[in-house]
Design a protein around this ligand. Sequence first.
Ligand SMILES: *Cc1c(COP(=O)(O)O)cnc(C)c1O
Length: 411
Amino acid sequence: MSQHDTAGALDRADELAAFRARFTLPEGVIYLDGNSLGALPRDTPARLARAVEQEWGRDLIRSWNLAGWMDMPTRVGDKIGRLIGAQPGEVVVADSTSINLFKALSAALRLNPGRSAILSEPENFPTDLYIAQGLIGQLGDGHRLVLREPEALLDAIDEDTAVVALTHVNYKSGRLHDMAALTARAHARGALVLWDLSHTAGAIPVDLTAIGADLAVGCGYKFLNGGPGAPAFIMVARRHQERFSQPLSGWLGHAQPFAFTPEYVPAPGIARYLCGTPSVLGMIALEVAVDLMLEVPPAALRAKSLALTDLFIREVEARCGGHGLRLNTPRAHAERGSQVSFSHPEGYAIMQALIAQGVVGDFRAPDIIRFGFAPLYLRYADVVEAAVRLARVLDERLWDTPAYRARKTVT
Ligand SMILES: *Cc1c(COP(=O)(O)O)cnc(C)c1O
């Protein structure tokens, strides 16, 4: 049997296969970038059209009450909470991940006074580090950002660590942190933990309640498929919520926004993590996508993600040997997210040539070609075909042209 036949058999046996039809995907494209921008759910355009034409166009301001716009941040937040193992009332949808990082880090430092360090790793996603740097500068009271390599993190948590701020899935390598072990060690040493779940939600089931998580944030537009610039989420464990009000004390986080009083009084519970008026259309698109994700059995999602990434690694190694690709992604399942990446000195040009062949992944400096695997709309056959086309790009040196070396703004 050829690899294509084997993949076809896997697709016929795939219990998630029917979900592919719930997305609109461009003809002839193998989309391996759902970790950067998830695909369009089939129900989203009609739902958005109704929101625009009826809720906005006809009912206008009344839709805040009539169409439930006002409740959306907590309603959609609770739905995302079910995907990440948070309790009702612990998650709210608001703002962007960067802004939610600011709120969550502010909370963590206030909840743990007398400790100065935010502990992270040099390869955390840049915005996570930049926001920490901005917050430290703003506070001006001796906080510091301590960066340690992943292997050294457990031992680096000490009595000066206020918060360990990490992204569960490394955006370049796809390597997973052991959330439970790091959280347990942090708590044993009196530190809090902030988990960035941007590459986790919608791809890897996690149980924030079981690990005793303190704080988490994440994106709506990656594996959650909420659309470009979709609103983000923030989770704050119930036990921490009332102890601090975050510094972006906007009116929608007020206990009574429509009392219009001059003094800020934080809302009880997670609502105090709201700031201003939410992006309603963005949240409507996100809710469609989250509702779809809630239909998916979490164990099947994870199993298929690992099977897809296993197959891709195997196929690329079998077909592209001798071309100098270096695997960055851990082979151990417990250490792998839902993406695979390889290093190659000509990575940028290779990815451009591959995109021209209809396989869309992306490039991350300095030399990484990155492939995301969204289990709801990818077939095993797509994975084999992507490796075939990558081998063609390498064998025929299709990348070796100035047009593919010229860097675009978004890589
Ligand atoms: C994608 C991503 C972000 C993006 O933050 P935005 O505010 O949406 O631009 C943040 N953190 C991590 C870890 C990410 O992967």
